[in-house]
Design a binder for this molecule. Structure first.
Ligand SMILES: C[S@@+](CC[C@H](N)C(=O)[O-])C[C@H]1O[C@@H](n2cnc3c(N)ncnc32)[C@H](O)[C@@H]1O
Length: 335
């Protein structure tokens, strides 16, 4: 039976933890205590001035995952083009990547899960015993728990130092999270996601390249086909925000230059940003036709789109120890 106590570890000593459910706490061998209240294991100290995730934590703790009267999250309202044509396209982009999770297993780690804001993402967990939701934000985890109940495990923790044992997770998803980290911590986050994977497991990481070439080319195509659009911006919403999450995308050259201990391939999540959808796509049959063509392009050339589009889906695999390769040697070094 999959259980939270079987997978957690102390983020400072990296040793196993004992769960005392009655007292609502995890206890490490060296005596360190972490709270476990309302099904949420808390492995983070309160935000401090020198916290590298400070603005992101502040944004999500202070209303980023609050809902309006229509049930729309503030984060979704601000950063996603929610007009029907654009939203259908974005949702189709999410559904396309579900194929990586069809094998199922014991644990799906949703790293930076937020509240699981889209029902298309909720479906990714269907073939797993438990979805492990990990996030900086307790309000997000409470929302995730409302949706998943006891099919979820909830951890308040940091992606760069996961409170999770090595080699225990069947599959990992981490969408729109790593580019919010300080640049110098992003490589550690990729390595952490790979560390917790079981041999044979897969991680799909939706990232954001700095300076991709495809979006501005597509912008020109869209202008030629659809004409100049005069669409309302969401400036009012942006201006009303007291804080914003960090946004630190790095280049594909940076990613390629790292000495990763894992093999990876590039697929695509979505080649264009929401600002492109807002500024170039009308919410009518012409917009739908353009986005239909774009989806066909993404399906036919996922590697090209992952390389040159804005948001790649970086697919990382962990080899089996029985397959000798430079990656399994690297795995031994990182154990
Ligand atoms: C843009 S939202 C994406 C949410 C969800 N993955 C999705 O695609 O809808 C980013 C989420 O990542 C979380 N996050 C950011 N940095 C994190 C970190 N270092 N460790 C854990 N979670 C983090 C934020 O709190 C927020 O809930």
């Amino acid at each position: 039976m999959a259980d939270i106590a079987d997978i957690v570890r102390c983020p400072s000593s990296h040793k196993a933890l004992t769960l005392d459910r009655n007292a609502g706490k995890f206890v490490a061998q060296n005596g360190t205590v972490y709270s476990f209240a309302d099904d949420i294991g808390c492995f983070l100290a309160p935000v401090e001035a020198n916290d590298g995730n400070r603005s992101t934590r502040t944004f999500y703790d202070e209303g980023g995952w609050a809902t309006d009267a229509d049930g729309l999250y503030e984060d979704t309202k601000r950063f996603v083009d929610t007009r029907p044509t654009s939203l259908r396209f974005t949702r189709a982009c999410m559904t396309r990547l579900q194929k990586y999770f069809n094998k199922g297993g014991q644990y799906l780690l949703d790293a930076g899960s937020g509240p699981i804001a889209h029902k298309e993402l909720l479906g990714y967990g269907d073939k797993f015993d438990k979805r492990v939701c990990l996030d900086l934000s307790v309000p997000a985890l409470r929302e995730a728990r409302r949706k998943l109940g006891d099919r979820g495990i909830y951890l308040q923790g940091d992606l760069t130092n996961l409170p999770i044992q090595s080699n225990v997770i069947d599959a990992v998803m981490s969408y729109h999270v790593i580019y919010q980290l300080p640049p110098e911590l992003q490589a550690a986050a990729f390595r952490e996601l790979w560390r917790v994977l079981k041999p044979g497991g897969v991680a799909v990481i939706v990232y954001w390249w700095a300076n991709p070439t495809l979006p501005w080319r597509l912008q020109r195509v869209a202008r030629a086909m659809l004409g100049e659009q005069k669409l309302p911006s969401n400036g009012a919403i942006e201006a009303s925000a007291a804080s914003v999450p960090d946004h630190n995308p790095l280049s594909r050259e940076w990613f390629k230059s790292q000495d990763w201990p894992f093999p990876y391939k590039l697929d695509t999540y979505r080649v264009v940003p929401n600002s492109f959808l807002r500024s170039s796509i009308p919410d009518d049959w012409r917009g739908a036709a353009f986005l239909g063509l774009l989806m066909t392009f993404q399906r036919l050339a996922p590697g090209y789109c992952g390389k040159h589009g804005l948001m790649p889906a970086i697919v990382v695999r962990k080899g089996h120890p029985s397959e000798p390769s430079r990656y399994t040697e690297a795995a031994a070094r990182h154990r």
